[in-house]
Design a protein around this ligand. Structure first.
Ligand code: ADP
Ligand code: MG
Length: 420
Protein backbone atom coordinates (compact mmCIF):
# COMPACT_ATOMS: atom_id res chain seq x y z
CA UNK A 1 0.00 0.00 0.00
CA UNK A 2 1.29 3.45 -0.88
CA UNK A 3 1.82 5.68 2.13
CA UNK A 4 -0.38 8.39 0.67
CA UNK A 5 -3.23 5.93 0.40
CA UNK A 6 -3.21 4.89 4.01
CA UNK A 7 -6.40 5.89 5.75
CA UNK A 8 -5.05 6.32 9.26
CA UNK A 9 -8.45 6.45 10.92
CA UNK A 10 -9.39 3.21 9.29
CA UNK A 11 -6.17 1.57 10.43
CA UNK A 12 -6.66 2.94 13.92
CA UNK A 13 -10.10 1.41 14.08
CA UNK A 14 -8.98 -1.84 12.50
CA UNK A 15 -6.06 -2.52 14.82
CA UNK A 16 -7.01 -0.78 18.04
CA UNK A 17 -10.75 -0.32 17.84
CA UNK A 18 -10.47 3.41 18.60
CA UNK A 19 -12.50 5.97 16.69
CA UNK A 20 -10.19 8.90 17.27
CA UNK A 21 -6.58 9.74 17.82
CA UNK A 22 -5.68 11.18 21.18
CA UNK A 23 -3.89 14.53 21.33
CA UNK A 24 -0.97 14.70 18.93
CA UNK A 25 -1.01 11.01 17.98
CA UNK A 26 -2.10 11.48 14.39
CA UNK A 27 0.65 14.01 13.63
CA UNK A 28 3.23 11.79 15.26
CA UNK A 29 2.07 8.76 13.30
CA UNK A 30 2.29 10.75 10.06
CA UNK A 31 5.78 11.91 10.89
CA UNK A 32 6.90 8.35 11.50
CA UNK A 33 5.31 6.72 8.49
CA UNK A 34 6.91 9.29 6.23
CA UNK A 35 10.29 8.20 7.54
CA UNK A 36 11.31 11.10 9.79
CA UNK A 37 13.29 11.02 12.97
CA UNK A 38 10.66 11.88 15.53
CA UNK A 39 10.71 12.97 19.16
CA UNK A 40 7.59 12.61 21.28
CA UNK A 41 7.09 14.16 24.69
CA UNK A 42 3.78 13.30 26.27
CA UNK A 43 2.73 12.82 29.88
CA UNK A 44 2.18 9.30 31.18
CA UNK A 45 -1.10 7.95 29.92
CA UNK A 46 -0.93 10.23 26.90
CA UNK A 47 -0.86 7.29 24.50
CA UNK A 48 2.76 7.13 23.38
CA UNK A 49 2.74 3.39 22.57
CA UNK A 50 0.23 3.77 19.79
CA UNK A 51 2.43 6.45 18.21
CA UNK A 52 4.91 3.77 17.15
CA UNK A 53 2.71 0.67 17.19
CA UNK A 54 0.36 1.89 14.49
CA UNK A 55 3.17 2.93 12.10
CA UNK A 56 4.90 -0.38 12.74
CA UNK A 57 1.74 -2.27 11.80
CA UNK A 58 1.16 -0.39 8.55
CA UNK A 59 4.76 -0.05 7.33
CA UNK A 60 6.80 -2.73 5.59
CA UNK A 61 9.59 -4.31 7.60
CA UNK A 62 10.08 -4.77 11.33
CA UNK A 63 10.17 -1.97 13.89
CA UNK A 64 12.57 -2.39 16.77
CA UNK A 65 11.27 -1.10 20.08
CA UNK A 66 13.74 -0.52 22.87
CA UNK A 67 12.21 -0.46 26.32
CA UNK A 68 13.84 -0.72 29.74
CA UNK A 69 11.44 -3.06 31.52
CA UNK A 70 10.89 -6.65 30.50
CA UNK A 71 7.49 -6.76 32.21
CA UNK A 72 6.28 -3.77 30.21
CA UNK A 73 7.55 -5.26 26.98
CA UNK A 74 5.71 -8.51 27.64
CA UNK A 75 2.50 -6.62 28.36
CA UNK A 76 2.76 -4.75 25.12
CA UNK A 77 3.55 -7.84 23.08
CA UNK A 78 0.53 -9.62 24.56
CA UNK A 79 -1.65 -6.61 23.80
CA UNK A 80 -0.51 -6.47 20.18
CA UNK A 81 -0.92 -10.19 19.67
CA UNK A 82 -4.47 -9.91 20.90
CA UNK A 83 -5.12 -7.39 18.10
CA UNK A 84 -3.87 -9.71 15.41
CA UNK A 85 -4.50 -13.26 14.30
CA UNK A 86 -0.77 -13.97 14.10
CA UNK A 87 1.22 -14.48 17.29
CA UNK A 88 4.36 -13.72 15.29
CA UNK A 89 3.29 -10.12 14.71
CA UNK A 90 5.19 -9.08 17.85
CA UNK A 91 8.10 -10.64 19.70
CA UNK A 92 10.38 -9.91 22.61
CA UNK A 93 14.07 -10.61 22.22
CA UNK A 94 15.77 -11.08 25.55
CA UNK A 95 18.31 -13.23 27.30
CA UNK A 96 15.75 -15.68 28.67
CA UNK A 97 14.82 -17.11 25.25
CA UNK A 98 15.92 -20.63 24.28
CA UNK A 99 17.75 -21.33 21.03
CA UNK A 100 14.55 -22.70 19.51
CA UNK A 101 12.60 -19.60 20.50
CA UNK A 102 15.26 -17.33 19.05
CA UNK A 103 15.12 -19.24 15.77
CA UNK A 104 11.35 -18.83 15.65
CA UNK A 105 11.71 -15.09 16.20
CA UNK A 106 14.30 -14.87 13.42
CA UNK A 107 12.10 -16.89 11.08
CA UNK A 108 9.10 -14.64 11.72
CA UNK A 109 11.17 -11.52 11.13
CA UNK A 110 12.71 -12.86 7.93
CA UNK A 111 9.34 -13.88 6.53
CA UNK A 112 8.02 -10.37 7.15
CA UNK A 113 5.47 -11.49 9.72
CA UNK A 114 6.92 -9.63 12.67
CA UNK A 115 5.99 -5.95 12.76
CA UNK A 116 7.26 -5.15 16.24
CA UNK A 117 10.34 -6.53 17.91
CA UNK A 118 10.79 -5.48 21.53
CA UNK A 119 14.35 -5.53 22.76
CA UNK A 120 15.95 -4.66 26.07
CA UNK A 121 18.87 -2.26 25.56
CA UNK A 122 21.43 -4.74 26.83
CA UNK A 123 20.21 -7.43 24.42
CA UNK A 124 20.52 -5.05 21.53
CA UNK A 125 24.25 -4.79 22.14
CA UNK A 126 24.69 -8.50 21.45
CA UNK A 127 26.83 -9.00 18.35
CA UNK A 128 24.72 -11.93 17.18
CA UNK A 129 21.51 -9.89 17.15
CA UNK A 130 23.09 -6.85 15.54
CA UNK A 131 24.43 -9.05 12.72
CA UNK A 132 21.04 -10.55 12.16
CA UNK A 133 19.10 -7.30 12.36
CA UNK A 134 21.28 -5.44 9.88
CA UNK A 135 20.34 -7.98 7.21
CA UNK A 136 16.57 -7.69 7.55
CA UNK A 137 14.30 -4.82 6.46
CA UNK A 138 13.62 -2.49 9.38
CA UNK A 139 10.96 0.21 9.38
CA UNK A 140 12.35 2.25 12.30
CA UNK A 141 13.80 2.04 15.77
CA UNK A 142 11.64 3.37 18.61
CA UNK A 143 13.23 4.17 21.93
CA UNK A 144 10.62 4.22 24.64
CA UNK A 145 11.35 5.89 27.99
CA UNK A 146 14.09 7.78 26.16
CA UNK A 147 14.91 9.85 29.27
CA UNK A 148 16.85 6.78 30.50
CA UNK A 149 19.62 8.09 28.27
CA UNK A 150 20.07 11.22 30.41
CA UNK A 151 21.79 11.55 33.74
CA UNK A 152 19.41 14.42 34.36
CA UNK A 153 16.43 12.12 34.17
CA UNK A 154 15.18 10.25 37.20
CA UNK A 155 15.98 6.87 35.73
CA UNK A 156 19.40 6.95 34.10
CA UNK A 157 20.47 3.66 32.49
CA UNK A 158 24.00 3.54 31.11
CA UNK A 159 23.06 0.88 28.50
CA UNK A 160 20.95 3.51 26.78
CA UNK A 161 24.13 5.43 25.95
CA UNK A 162 25.19 2.69 23.50
CA UNK A 163 22.03 2.81 21.49
CA UNK A 164 23.13 5.38 18.94
CA UNK A 165 26.19 3.34 17.97
CA UNK A 166 24.16 0.23 17.51
CA UNK A 167 21.45 1.94 15.53
CA UNK A 168 24.16 3.29 13.19
CA UNK A 169 25.29 -0.29 12.58
CA UNK A 170 21.74 -1.26 11.66
CA UNK A 171 21.79 1.05 8.67
CA UNK A 172 19.88 4.15 7.77
CA UNK A 173 16.72 3.75 9.83
CA UNK A 174 14.58 6.52 11.31
CA UNK A 175 14.75 6.86 15.07
CA UNK A 176 11.78 7.65 17.29
CA UNK A 177 12.38 8.79 20.86
CA UNK A 178 9.51 8.88 23.36
CA UNK A 179 9.41 10.11 26.93
CA UNK A 180 7.18 11.56 29.63
CA UNK A 181 10.01 13.60 31.07
CA UNK A 182 9.74 17.08 29.79
CA UNK A 183 12.53 19.07 31.41
CA UNK A 184 14.50 20.96 28.77
CA UNK A 185 17.81 19.49 30.02
CA UNK A 186 16.65 15.92 29.55
CA UNK A 187 15.21 16.71 26.14
CA UNK A 188 18.50 18.22 24.99
CA UNK A 189 20.35 15.17 26.25
CA UNK A 190 18.07 12.82 24.37
CA UNK A 191 18.42 14.69 21.08
CA UNK A 192 22.17 14.93 21.48
CA UNK A 193 22.78 11.34 22.53
CA UNK A 194 20.55 9.91 19.86
CA UNK A 195 22.08 12.30 17.33
CA UNK A 196 18.68 13.40 16.12
CA UNK A 197 18.70 17.18 16.30
CA UNK A 198 16.78 17.14 13.02
CA UNK A 199 13.86 15.24 14.58
CA UNK A 200 10.28 16.39 14.23
CA UNK A 201 9.41 17.18 17.83
CA UNK A 202 5.93 16.80 19.29
CA UNK A 203 5.31 17.97 22.79
CA UNK A 204 1.95 17.69 24.48
CA UNK A 205 0.96 19.98 27.31
CA UNK A 206 1.72 18.67 30.78
CA UNK A 207 -0.99 20.73 32.39
CA UNK A 208 -3.48 18.73 34.47
CA UNK A 209 -6.17 21.33 35.09
CA UNK A 210 -8.25 19.13 37.38
CA UNK A 211 -5.47 18.60 39.92
CA UNK A 212 -5.33 20.91 42.92
CA UNK A 213 -1.77 21.41 44.22
CA UNK A 214 -1.09 22.23 47.82
CA UNK A 215 1.97 22.26 50.08
CA UNK A 216 1.56 22.04 53.84
CA UNK A 217 4.20 22.63 56.44
CA UNK A 218 5.09 19.32 58.03
CA UNK A 219 4.74 19.46 61.77
CA UNK A 220 4.45 16.81 64.43
CA UNK A 221 0.71 16.83 63.74
CA UNK A 222 1.14 15.53 60.23
CA UNK A 223 -0.53 12.20 61.00
CA UNK A 224 -3.66 13.66 62.56
CA UNK A 225 -3.78 16.17 59.72
CA UNK A 226 -3.77 13.34 57.18
CA UNK A 227 -6.38 11.40 59.11
CA UNK A 228 -8.64 14.44 59.23
CA UNK A 229 -8.25 14.92 55.47
CA UNK A 230 -9.10 11.27 54.78
CA UNK A 231 -12.17 11.40 57.02
CA UNK A 232 -13.36 14.51 55.23
CA UNK A 233 -13.10 12.50 52.00
CA UNK A 234 -14.80 9.39 53.22
CA UNK A 235 -15.53 6.76 50.59
CA UNK A 236 -13.01 8.23 48.15
CA UNK A 237 -9.81 6.54 47.00
CA UNK A 238 -6.42 7.99 47.82
CA UNK A 239 -2.71 7.22 47.80
CA UNK A 240 -0.24 8.27 50.48
CA UNK A 241 3.40 8.23 49.49
CA UNK A 242 6.20 7.78 52.02
CA UNK A 243 9.91 7.59 51.42
CA UNK A 244 10.75 4.42 53.35
CA UNK A 245 9.15 1.02 53.77
CA UNK A 246 9.28 1.50 57.50
CA UNK A 247 7.31 4.73 57.29
CA UNK A 248 4.78 3.07 55.00
CA UNK A 249 4.12 0.34 57.56
CA UNK A 250 3.95 2.86 60.36
CA UNK A 251 1.48 5.19 58.66
CA UNK A 252 -0.68 2.31 57.43
CA UNK A 253 -0.96 1.14 61.01
CA UNK A 254 -1.73 4.56 62.40
CA UNK A 255 -4.50 4.90 59.83
CA UNK A 256 -5.94 1.48 60.62
CA UNK A 257 -5.92 2.18 64.34
CA UNK A 258 -7.81 5.37 63.60
CA UNK A 259 -10.52 3.61 61.65
CA UNK A 260 -9.29 4.26 58.12
CA UNK A 261 -9.26 1.25 55.82
CA UNK A 262 -5.71 1.31 54.50
CA UNK A 263 -3.13 -1.18 53.26
CA UNK A 264 0.64 -0.84 52.86
CA UNK A 265 2.45 -1.32 49.57
CA UNK A 266 6.22 -1.50 49.08
CA UNK A 267 8.87 -3.67 47.47
CA UNK A 268 9.66 -5.36 50.79
CA UNK A 269 6.31 -7.16 50.74
CA UNK A 270 6.12 -10.45 48.86
CA UNK A 271 4.55 -10.41 45.42
CA UNK A 272 1.37 -12.11 46.61
CA UNK A 273 0.71 -9.54 49.33
CA UNK A 274 1.48 -6.69 46.97
CA UNK A 275 -0.92 -8.05 44.37
CA UNK A 276 -3.57 -8.58 47.05
CA UNK A 277 -3.25 -5.04 48.39
CA UNK A 278 -3.30 -3.57 44.92
CA UNK A 279 -6.47 -5.52 44.10
CA UNK A 280 -8.10 -4.46 47.36
CA UNK A 281 -7.45 -0.87 46.36
CA UNK A 282 -8.70 -1.32 42.80
CA UNK A 283 -11.82 -3.16 44.01
CA UNK A 284 -12.39 -0.49 46.67
CA UNK A 285 -12.21 -2.91 49.57
CA UNK A 286 -9.91 -0.30 51.09
CA UNK A 287 -9.90 3.44 50.67
CA UNK A 288 -6.24 4.17 50.99
CA UNK A 289 -2.94 2.70 49.86
CA UNK A 290 0.10 3.82 51.79
CA UNK A 291 3.05 3.26 49.50
CA UNK A 292 6.60 3.85 48.47
CA UNK A 293 7.24 4.79 44.86
CA UNK A 294 7.09 1.05 44.09
CA UNK A 295 3.35 1.64 43.81
CA UNK A 296 2.15 3.23 40.63
CA UNK A 297 3.86 1.53 37.72
CA UNK A 298 0.95 0.47 35.60
CA UNK A 299 -1.70 1.36 38.19
CA UNK A 300 -4.69 2.62 36.33
CA UNK A 301 -7.41 3.48 38.80
CA UNK A 302 -9.17 6.40 37.16
CA UNK A 303 -10.91 7.79 40.24
CA UNK A 304 -8.09 8.33 42.71
CA UNK A 305 -9.31 11.52 44.41
CA UNK A 306 -6.19 12.48 46.33
CA UNK A 307 -2.45 11.84 46.44
CA UNK A 308 -0.71 12.85 49.65
CA UNK A 309 3.06 12.99 50.01
CA UNK A 310 3.83 12.37 53.64
CA UNK A 311 7.46 12.86 52.59
CA UNK A 312 8.56 15.21 49.88
CA UNK A 313 9.95 13.40 46.80
CA UNK A 314 13.47 13.63 45.38
CA UNK A 315 12.56 15.53 42.25
CA UNK A 316 9.71 17.40 40.65
CA UNK A 317 9.58 14.77 37.91
CA UNK A 318 8.73 12.20 40.56
CA UNK A 319 6.26 14.58 42.14
CA UNK A 320 4.53 15.16 38.83
CA UNK A 321 4.41 11.42 38.06
CA UNK A 322 3.06 10.50 41.46
CA UNK A 323 0.46 13.24 41.70
CA UNK A 324 -0.47 12.36 38.12
CA UNK A 325 -2.17 9.23 39.44
CA UNK A 326 -4.95 11.38 40.86
CA UNK A 327 -7.96 12.37 38.80
CA UNK A 328 -7.22 10.33 35.69
CA UNK A 329 -10.93 10.41 34.91
CA UNK A 330 -10.83 14.20 34.74
CA UNK A 331 -12.61 14.54 38.09
CA UNK A 332 -11.26 16.07 41.28
CA UNK A 333 -7.70 15.29 42.28
CA UNK A 334 -6.26 16.86 45.41
CA UNK A 335 -2.47 16.73 45.73
CA UNK A 336 -0.91 17.60 49.06
CA UNK A 337 2.81 17.56 49.82
CA UNK A 338 4.05 17.83 53.38
CA UNK A 339 7.24 19.80 53.50
CA UNK A 340 9.89 20.33 56.13
CA UNK A 341 13.48 21.28 55.63
CA UNK A 342 14.50 18.40 57.87
CA UNK A 343 13.23 16.00 55.21
CA UNK A 344 15.32 17.76 52.59
CA UNK A 345 18.38 17.31 54.78
CA UNK A 346 17.52 13.64 55.16
CA UNK A 347 17.39 13.24 51.39
CA UNK A 348 20.71 15.04 51.07
CA UNK A 349 22.23 12.67 53.56
CA UNK A 350 20.97 9.64 51.57
CA UNK A 351 22.71 11.02 48.54
CA UNK A 352 26.03 11.73 50.18
CA UNK A 353 27.12 8.10 49.72
CA UNK A 354 26.77 8.30 45.94
CA UNK A 355 29.37 9.19 43.28
CA UNK A 356 30.07 12.92 43.08
CA UNK A 357 28.48 13.46 39.66
CA UNK A 358 25.29 11.77 40.79
CA UNK A 359 25.27 13.78 44.00
CA UNK A 360 25.51 17.05 42.13
CA UNK A 361 22.58 16.19 39.95
CA UNK A 362 20.64 14.90 42.95
CA UNK A 363 21.21 18.14 44.86
CA UNK A 364 20.22 20.25 41.88
CA UNK A 365 16.97 18.32 41.45
CA UNK A 366 16.29 18.63 45.16
CA UNK A 367 16.82 22.38 45.08
CA UNK A 368 13.98 22.59 42.57
CA UNK A 369 11.77 20.68 44.97
CA UNK A 370 12.65 23.18 47.71
CA UNK A 371 11.93 26.08 45.40
CA UNK A 372 8.57 24.56 44.50
CA UNK A 373 7.64 23.99 48.13
CA UNK A 374 8.66 27.49 49.18
CA UNK A 375 7.35 29.45 46.24
CA UNK A 376 4.51 31.90 46.67
CA UNK A 377 3.68 31.88 42.99
CA UNK A 378 1.20 29.64 41.20
CA UNK A 379 2.37 26.09 41.78
CA UNK A 380 1.01 24.99 38.44
CA UNK A 381 2.98 27.74 36.73
CA UNK A 382 6.10 26.69 38.62
CA UNK A 383 5.72 22.99 37.73
CA UNK A 384 4.95 23.66 34.10
CA UNK A 385 7.83 26.11 33.81
CA UNK A 386 10.10 23.38 35.15
CA UNK A 387 8.88 21.23 32.27
CA UNK A 388 9.65 23.98 29.79
CA UNK A 389 6.07 25.11 29.37
CA UNK A 390 4.73 28.65 29.72
CA UNK A 391 1.53 28.78 31.73
CA UNK A 392 -0.83 31.73 31.89
CA UNK A 393 -1.61 31.80 35.60
CA UNK A 394 -4.55 34.14 35.13
CA UNK A 395 -6.49 32.62 32.26
CA UNK A 396 -4.84 29.21 31.80
CA UNK A 397 -6.86 26.06 32.42
CA UNK A 398 -6.78 25.22 36.11
CA UNK A 399 -5.18 28.56 36.99
CA UNK A 400 -6.90 28.84 40.37
CA UNK A 401 -6.28 25.25 41.37
CA UNK A 402 -3.60 25.68 43.97
CA UNK A 403 -3.11 26.95 47.50
CA UNK A 404 -0.96 29.93 46.56
CA UNK A 405 -3.44 31.24 44.04
CA UNK A 406 -6.47 30.66 46.27
CA UNK A 407 -4.80 32.22 49.32
CA UNK A 408 -2.00 34.50 48.19
CA UNK A 409 0.67 34.96 50.80
CA UNK A 410 1.21 38.52 51.92
CA UNK A 411 4.02 39.99 49.88
CA UNK A 412 7.05 40.88 51.92
CA UNK A 413 7.81 44.52 51.24
CA UNK A 414 11.22 45.09 49.75
CA UNK A 415 12.12 47.45 52.57
CA UNK A 416 11.65 44.65 55.11
CA UNK A 417 14.51 42.81 53.49
CA UNK A 418 17.02 45.60 53.66
CA UNK A 419 19.77 44.62 56.02
CA UNK A 420 20.86 47.54 58.12
P1 ADP B 1 1.94 6.32 27.70
O1 ADP B 1 2.94 5.32 27.17
O2 ADP B 1 2.03 7.65 27.02
O3 ADP B 1 2.00 6.47 29.19
P2 ADP B 1 0.03 4.40 26.79
O4 ADP B 1 0.57 4.18 25.45
O5 ADP B 1 0.33 3.35 27.80
O6 ADP B 1 0.48 5.81 27.38
O7 ADP B 1 -1.55 4.63 26.66
C1 ADP B 1 -2.34 4.97 27.76
C2 ADP B 1 -3.77 4.52 27.55
O8 ADP B 1 -4.39 5.28 26.53
C3 ADP B 1 -3.89 3.07 27.14
O9 ADP B 1 -4.88 2.46 27.93
C4 ADP B 1 -4.31 3.14 25.68
O10 ADP B 1 -5.07 2.02 25.32
C5 ADP B 1 -5.11 4.41 25.66
N1 ADP B 1 -5.16 5.03 24.31
C6 ADP B 1 -4.10 5.31 23.52
N2 ADP B 1 -4.50 5.89 22.36
C7 ADP B 1 -5.84 5.99 22.43
C8 ADP B 1 -6.85 6.51 21.54
N3 ADP B 1 -6.54 7.03 20.35
N4 ADP B 1 -8.13 6.43 21.95
C9 ADP B 1 -8.45 5.91 23.15
N5 ADP B 1 -7.57 5.40 24.03
C10 ADP B 1 -6.27 5.45 23.68
MG1 MG C 1 4.60 4.27 27.80
Amino acid sequence: MKLTEIDLHKELKKYFGFNQFKGLQEDVVRSIITGNNTFVIMPTGGGKSLCYQLPALVLDGTAIVVSPLIALMKNQVDAIRSLSSEAGVAHVLNSSLTKTEINQVKKDITSGLTKLLYVAPESLTKEEYVHFLREVPLSFVAIDEAHCISEWGHDFRPEYRNLRNIIKQLGDVPVIGLTATATPKVQEDILKNLDMSDANTFKASFNRPNLFYEVRTKTKNVESDIIRFIKQHKGKSGVIYCLSRKKVEEIAQVLQVNGVSAVPYHAGLDAKTRAKHQDMFLMEDVEVVVATIAFGMGIDKPDVRYVIHHDIPKSLESYYQETGRAGRDGGEGHCIAYYSYKDIEKLEKFMSGKPVAEQEIGFALLQEVVAYAETSMSRRKFLLHYFGEEFDDVNGEGADMDDNVRNPKKKIEAQDQVVT
